[in-house]
Ligand binder design. Structure first.
Ligand SMILES: Cc1cc2nc3c(=O)[nH]c(=O)nc-3n(C[C@H](O)[C@H](O)[C@H](O)COP(=O)(O)O)c2cc1C
Length: 203
């Protein structure tokens, strides 16, 4: 038991967010398995309120990059607080998002608030935010386990993704999970994870 938990802890510690990827294509069979793993996540009333759009087409990646950089320029120039800017400094992020065209695969993740049925009735989902967060966690861990790196990229606001990818009104984009082989030239920011005592207590 404890061997299994220690092994997962060590593997999880080795997962890091990459912001530079090699252009090598991903194995689509592996990506499908990872998405099906995400689909096993616990979720409100088993409505499975998620959709994953896998983008490998260079033209669509280009469109996503252009639209993302437009919202990012506005965010960095006009919207983020000084506090937020200071917190981002250690990650060296800016409005340029080259990984969106350089990485071989983007998984655009949508949370589904409702589905419009053929008869026009609305089929509502529950605990959508909690469910999508758990599912994305499963997905990130599956991708790590498959030997790929990922980046949880959240353009703000993200609504352009729904239009670009032709998703229905009941779905809201949550993030773009950028997936590929990590570029070893990327300098990982030095981060310190909190200790057990800092994040938990036993009562
Ligand atoms: C909800 C969420 C949104 C994030 N958005 C971005 C983002 O827009 N751009 C980015 O470069 N990293 C983003 N990240 C990645 C975090 O910066 C990263 O996970 C954090 O710094 C910890 O680093 P690590 O993943 O290497 O442990 C996001 C992470 C989460 C969970």
């Amino acid at each position: 038991m404890s061997e299994a938990s220690k092994k997962l802890l060590e593997e999880s510690k080795a997962r890091r967010t990459y912001r530079k990827f090699l252009p090598d294509p991903v194995d689509m069979e592996v990506i499908k398995d990872c998405i099906l793993t995400a689909g096993t996540a616990p979720n409100g009333a088993d409505k499975q309120p998620w959709h994953f759009s896998v983008v490998i087409d260079p033209e669509m990646k280009k469109k996503i990059r252009e639209a993302s950089e437009a919202v990012e320029r506005d965010l960095y120039e006009n919207k983020i607080s000084d506090e937020w800017r200071a917190d981002l400094k250690k990650l060296s992020t800016n409005a340029e998002k080259p990984f969106l065209t350089e990485a071989p695969c983007l998984i655009v993740i949508f949370k589904e608030y409702y589905k419009t049925l053929e008869d026009g009735k609305i089929d509502k989902n529950y605990y959508v935010n909690e469910s999508i967060g758990i599912s994305i966690g499963f997905l990130i861990n599956a991708i790590r386990n498959a030997g790929y790196a990922s980046l949880t990229y959240t353009p703000a606001p993200p609504m352009f993704l729904r239009e670009l990818l032709g998703r229905p009104e009941g779905e809201t984009p949550v993030m773009v999970l950028v997936v590929g082989k990590p570029d070893p030239s990327y300098e990982l920011p030095i981060l310190k994870k909190k200790t057990f005592e800092e994040i938990a207590d036993i009562i």
